[in-house]
Design a protein around this ligand. Sequence first.
Ligand code: ZN
Ligand code: ZN
Ligand code: FE
Length: 743
Amino acid sequence: MPKRKRLRVKGIVQGVGFRPFVFRLAHNLNLKGFVRNTSAGVDIEIEGTESNIKKFSQLLIAKKPPPARIDAVSETYIPLKKEKKFIIKASRISRGFTQISPDIATCKDCIQEMNDPRDRRYRFPFINCTNCGPRYSIILNTPYDRKKTTMQKFRMCPDCAREFADVTDRRFHAQPDCCPVCGPHFTLYGINQKIIAVEDPVSETARLLRKGKIIAIKGIGGFHIVCDATNCTAVKKLRRLKGRPTKPFAIMARSGDLKKIVFLNNKEREFLNSPIAPIILLRKKNRIICEAVAPNNPYLGVMLPYTPVHHLLLEKIPYLIMTSANIQDEPIIKTENGVVTKLKDIVSFYLGHNRSIENRADDSIGFHLPGYGFSIIRRSRGYAPIPVELPFSVRPTLAVGPYLKNTFTLANKKDAYISPHIGDLDNLETLNFFKEMIKKYKRWFKIKPGIIGYDLHPDYLSTKIARQMPGKRIGVQHHIAHIVSCMAENKINDAVIGIAYDGTGFGLDKKIWGGEFFIGDIKNQRRVAHLEYLPLPGGETSIRKPYRIAIAYVYKLLNKTIKISNHTETEIIKKMIDNDRNLVYTSSMGRLFDCVSALLGITKEITYEAEAAINLEYTARKGIRAHYEYEFKDRDEITIDIAKILEGIIKDLENNVDKEIISAKFHNTVVKFTLEMVKKLSRIYYMKKVCLSGGVFQNRYLLKQIIKTLGNQGFDVYIHRKLPTNDGCISYGQAIIANIKAE
Ligand code: ZN
Ligand code: ZN
Ligand code: FE
């Protein structure tokens, strides 16, 4: 008895080779019917034997194309239609909108063709298919279609057109399909804009890199600045020219070469090889790579080649620094013009091409956390613009995000479209990028926000812009956004203990928060405990000079002077504190890490965000159990007082205890008081679930220890899974809270 079934598939199922896959699957199982794209996803109807229909349902999920993501399949039996064949039907798009796929790393089949001298795309640096290639970065408008991408100006040759129309071909409806006859091409230029006339500009680029040149290379979501990672002269020169003394650079290498420089397990290999092809932080193995790539850092940020041109380059030079092409904190450069004007003093050549990048996407970054999976630090290429699910249906909302590591969220119903990493909103270029992407997101996803969520910090540019937007404007406390974001990602509806260990966030009492404990459910968060308030001399500018924080904290708490700066500066800070003038009070955990890092003489001044805290983490010796004393005081809220911690550290310093041990003891102290506070709050409020959020949880020593200790005591610990624990998660939390408050 034949049957007929309708399957409605939701997820990332368009522009990723899903329909040809369905076609082949139905064909192999002798099923009749059709497949078509709809506004919601893909609709399939299949008719045939019951057992084959069952097999189809199983294989649909098990064998889906690698870049596809299936979120839900609803299946219903319907009356027979007795068709003779299986076909791909024209799309039925009602609102003119379908999900946009992120950019996808070059697939194995394409690499094989590119390396095959008999293939017509032999060594063609733009090879792609329905399973791989650019998507998000070339889109001008929705629905996704070649005419609405920056491939519009390339007319397909007859060979490509044939593949494009052939349902059995791997390039069926591959919108960026092209070949050496009809596609884009690379050109190598001197920074003076003169074309370097060579037959193979990619090989010439590799040759120049081997000679130690620094070159800008056009990728998927922007240009990279590239040089030989084993050439220390080149690396140091790049550091000097870019004005970036210590912040680590990422490395790109092929997997065979990668194994030689970092330790990696199977999970990590899987993430590296995934269609996202992110940068992963892995432990360094030896000294093949120049130390200046990531100085005093046990980790290297590494990625695999993810575009054809990367593969071609790495054949000739195994280890490349690939860092986003920009100056200072500006967004990644996406045009040849941008390279010429902004990078003229940094690179001597640039390898560009005539397909323009419409939408920027930096490389995504993360690390593997055993038991949890891939923990994201920067969510951009390979993710944007996949929506993250919301815990409940919301009205059209724009949440503008914070100041550092800005992302915004445009939300409607149960979808939160989180922007790619925008950056720090402190310069005109980044601000323009922010505005440009909001405009594009509204157009692509057809959302007209009536609710605007923003951070309470009055000085943030995002806040100032939000306050001028039409709609219902709702300010959201930074750390409540952190915690709610973590809760929503983990779909937690009941009340939790929320811990926000963070750098900076404007508090409800107008002080600077960052070491806070909350209790409550998603609708109602209340702060119940925090690190004691301590003075930042000269306000938030002292963040760049952690030694000033150390002087201030020690003087305030212990009435002592430490020799860490010159006499005059120390006296000025003491006077500020004595007179309670020009101070901002903070409960920030990030600042406490800064203070300790400076006290130990590890990092007195920083050149990038959180540098002092990061170096303190890397100093900590493993396997130390000792800790320092601390005190809880019951005031309106409970405070964690740190005088005894600083006292203990100074005593250890006087006794010449190793910094590695002091750092470990300090970390252990934070773990210990965190556990004690959680136990205390759990006894008062009867809660067993704990949510962690905030930039300080990027500290793996701390994160692993806190997860382990709380877990051992029977608490359920939740961390971010889909978004970064840093401020990259803020806009998502803002969107949710703004909706609740707008009711
Ligand atoms: Zn491919
Ligand atoms: Zn062609
Ligand atoms: Fe934050």
